[in-house]
Design a protein around this ligand. Sequence first.
Ligand code: AHN
Ligand code: ZN
Length: 332
Amino acid sequence: MKFRFEYFLVMAVILLYSCGGNENSGKTKNKDNRKNTVEVPNFNSDSAYAYIQKQVDFGPRVPGTEAHDACADYLTITLKRFTDSVYVQKYKARAYNGETLKGKNIIASFNPDNADRIFLCAHWDSRPYADHDENPEFHKTPIDGANDGASGVGVLLEIARQLSTNQPEVGIDIILFDLEDYGPPQDSQQRGEGDWWGLGSQYWSRNTHIPGYFAKYGILLDMVGAKDATFLMEGFSLYYAPGLLKKVWNTAHRIGYSQHFLFEQGGYIEDDHKYINDILKIPTIDIIHLDPNSTNGSFFDHWHTSTDNMDQISRQTLKAVGQTLLTVVFED
Ligand code: AHN
Ligand code: ZN
């Protein structure tokens, strides 16, 4: 009888310790290492993956197409399930070739009355041309943009889903930009001069959805879903928001994703964050897949090719990015 009771005690102690030490328990020390703890929710990468699949299933979300319209409606309806504050900002913008494009920036706000705010953003349109495909026959064909476009949006929809039931103190805006990827094709005359990329973020930066909108910082996601993705420290991010960049990279390292977030400087990318930094002066970083060994400029190998499709998407990478972002916002 005595032996049995001791056995029970030993097992109980083992059980207690194994639970307390479990990294998935969600308890972490906050940034100042104070005693109070903050519960960081678990990012669900299956859910993020499904949101990417859903977008890709509409077909290429090229401005002026039915797929583009249908996807805008889907994103709006989905975000309205997660918060009452969804703004659809409609505008027109001139493209490099003189076309007038119709754009929609879709913005979901959580805790909208809090003046202490941050925003998370990505572009939802997809590129009309696979102009970097090794096969020139594809150079005028639109791309799926599973990674370039849909991946960032998929991560943000999953974060929005989480925020619908569980919010940190800080106010959060999730901004899905349109008309990011309508820049001049590789073999066009109009290359070089002009800000033809990021038309949606340029519009928003000059006409925020709320006049006088302010956030203390922003984080842009671009191509955050490919297997073994590497996020280098992008040039404009390091120039405009070095403290934020280091905070995000340090967080990723602390929770186990150092293989993705490299403390290595990458090039300067004219992405949506550049316009936000330049025009609105809100420090904003770009978490963007840059590959020092790329076969396609400095971007991920399938960038602006016909193979930027669901085959490239890795739940593990989505988890690394999504869990890092949730940790940053809940520890803010
Ligand atoms: C330029 O190549 C100038 N900007 C790239 C921004 C981009 C395109 N991100 C995704 N697609
Ligand atoms: Zn692109």
